[in-house]
Structure formats: C-alpha cells, structure tokens
Design a protein around this ligand. Structure first.
Ligand SMILES: Cc1ncc(COP(=O)(O)O)c(C=O)c1O
Length: 359
C-alpha cells in the first residue's frame, strides 16, 4: 500500500511514472537492457537525455539564449560552482540570507571569493523574505543570489527582486512550480529530488552569454562551459535520475506544465493554510502570510506534546514524514508537484479531527 508521503525531499513521485519505470526496468524499449545498464554514449540513452533536456526547456519556457545543464553534486555543489564560474577578479556577490539554504549558499561562496549578505533574516527567525528596498548592494556586485523557497523555514519569494543586477537563484524546492522571469536571471539551479525526479541530478540553467565570460582555468568538472560544450555528456551523467526526470517532466507537461503546477500548488497549500487559519488559534504558522511557501507548509499545535501526538496520529492514518526539520521542530507538510490531491485532503481532514479531539 502506498502512503501519503509528505517528505521534504527526496519525496513522492507520480505513481504513473513509477509504474512506467517498473515496466521498463528489465527491457527498455526493446533494447534488452535497462537504462542503468547501457552506455551513456548509446543512441538509446542519448535519446532519453535529449528528451529530458527538451522537456525541461518546454515546461520551464527556457529562452533560446539559455543553456540547460544536467549536473551532479546536488544543489550543494552548485553553491561553490556558481561563484567559481561567475566571480571574476575584483567582483563580489550579494546573497539574500533568507534561511538555512540561503545561509549555506553564502557560506560556500565566501569560502571561494568575496561574498556578502545583502539582507539577513536571521534576527526575525527567517519568517519572511526582503522587499527590494531592503537589499543593501555594493557597487562591485556581479550577481544577487536568492533562494526562491526556503524549504526548512517554509517561506518563499512571492516575487523576485526587480533590480539592476542579474539574479542567481537556488530553486531546489519550488523548481517548475512557478514561472521563472528569465530576463532577471543569469543562472538558476536546483536539485531534482523534490519536484523533478530522483536524487543525484541537479539542473542548472545559465544565460549562454554569461557562460562565455566565465573562468576557463577551473578543473573540468567544475567548469560550466565544459558541460555546456558537451551537452552535459562530458562524463558519465546520472542516467537513471535523468531518465526518471524526463518521465516526470512529461507527466507535468500533460498537466499544464508550470502553469498547471502553479495552480495546483496555490490551491493545495492554500487548503492547508486555510485549515491553520480556521483553527481558532489551535494551529499556528510562524510565517508572515504573504511569504508562506506553496511547497513546504510549516505549523505547530499548542505544545510539543501535541505536535508529537499529531505526527503519531497522522502516521496511523497513512501520512508520513510530516515532522518539521530537526533545526526548527514542529510540523512540516511538503506538498510538491507529485503529491496527490487525496494526500492533501487526508491531511486537512486529519487536522480538523485532531483539533476537535485535542482542543
Ligand atoms: C532550497 C534548497 N537548497 C539546497 C538544498 C541542498 O540540496 P542538495 O541536497 O541537493 O545538495 C536543499 C535541500 O533540501 C534545498 O531545499
């Protein structure tokens, strides 16, 4: 029996996709092999690879002057790869320190080059994102790094900064659940393991003109230009993750692409927020309403004991992985693209029943 899996990542994937993968595991399209057993230079795999690249471009409406890269090392490696490639001599990078992940991205950039916090939400417990006029940018800034959705604190940028500098975005936890205003970005990246597919793949999209100005004296894997030149086939790519991601992207396209996913996310997170707001103070969200994530809904009951009872009761009703991140506690429902409406309905129903029984 399948549970409703609210994990923050890796997370639930569409059942249709899993069944298709299961059906093809021993014999992919008459090749007599699975995708994980074939050469990454084979015609069969190259078709899978190109298909996934094309579907990503279509779903995210990536303009022709941007290059899509399939990389490894998760989003974490990109924390380092971005400044290594983009930060030239005498330039600095501004970071929005909006939560755990924005903090991590800044720390890694600062280990390589000149990086600073253009805004810091720590003193307000990362309960909201900044407005454009709160950003403090130095004149030598090459880019401003933003985290579109802070997975742990449950906040999102409801709109991206509209400033005179290129943006770089970590979109790991709301990738392809909202449109990306490409004209503002030089680069976006994210791990696949939430909205796109299995862990092991990171997808980066970079303005091709920016790619041409990047450092060329880096070791080959760290040099983005090397991946671009070889269509992300410079070395053996994470083939299984790319193959499954291609299927998830097709599943997404059939459901209206990013526009469809955006509507789903607003509606489904909205029903959980409504359950919080309508609970007469029993459930509380620490996040300012305009900044509430559409992917990771964080909330609490009146006490740690009730939080624990909530999690145990939810589990008995087939809902797992609702525990908040260990650094913040409480409850977190991650409602990524592939979460079913039934999963969300079960959660909302259980929230009402639990409040009635405990309140
Ligand atoms: C917003 C964000 N950035 C970065 C990461 C780190 O990703 P990875 O584990 O792929 O390195 C995560 C992981 O949850 C995340 O949610």
């Amino acid at each position: 029996m399948r549970i409703h899996n609210f994990c923050a990542g890796p997370c639930t994937l569409p059942l249709d996709v899993l069944e298709e993968v299961q059906g093809e595991l021993l014999d992919f399209e008459g090749s007599g092999m699975s995708v994980i057993e074939m050469s990454h230079r084979s015609a069969e795999y190259e078709a899978v690879h190109e298909d996934a690249l094309t579907l990503f471009r279509e779903n995210a409406a990536v303009p022709d002057d941007f290059t899509i890269l399939f990389l490894q090392g998760g989003a974490t490696l990109q924390f380092a790869v971005v400044p290594m490639n983009l930060l030239g001599e005498g330039a600095s990078a501004g970071y929005v320190r909006s939560g755990t992940w924005g903090k991590g991205a800044l720390k890694d950039a600062a280990a390589w080059g000149e990086a600073y916090a253009a805004w810091d939400g720590e003193s307000i417990a990362f309960s909201r994102m900044p407005s454009d006029d709160e950003l403090e940018l130095r004149p030598d800034t090459r880019y401003l790094h933003v985290t579109s959705n802070e997975t742990i604190e449950g906040i999102r940028m409801s709109s991206f900064p509209d400033i005179d500098l290129p943006l770089v975005g970590d979109m790991s936890s709301d990738y392809l659940s909202r449109p990306i205003p490409w004209e503002r970005f030089d680069l976006v990246y994210g791990g696949a393991q939430k909205n796109l597919g299995p862990a092991g793949l990171a997808v980066m999209v970079v303005r091709t003109a920016a790619l041409e100005e990047m450092h060329t004296d880096l070791p080959s894997y760290l040099r983005l230009g090397a991946h671009a030149d070889k269509h992300s086939l410079m070395n053996t790519p994470p083939m299984f993750a790319i193959y499954v991601t291609g299927k998830v992207l097709r599943w997404m396209k059939e459901r209206g692409g990013v526009a469809g996913m955006e509507e789903r996310a607003a509606r489904r997170s909205g029903s959980v927020y409504d359950a919080i707001v309508g609970s007469d103070g029993f459930y509380r969200s620490p996040v300012e309403p305009a900044h509430r994530s559409h992917m990771n809904v964080v909330f609490r009951t009146p006490s740690n004991e009730l939080d624990a009872a909530f999690l145990a009761g939810a589990e008995e009703h087939g809902m797992r992985n609702l525990k908040g991140h260990r650094s913040v506690g409480g409850i977190r429902a991650s409602i990524y693209n592939a979460m079913t409406d039934e999963g969300v309905d079960s959660l909302v129903g259980f929230m009402a029943a639990f409040r009635d029984s405990a309140g």
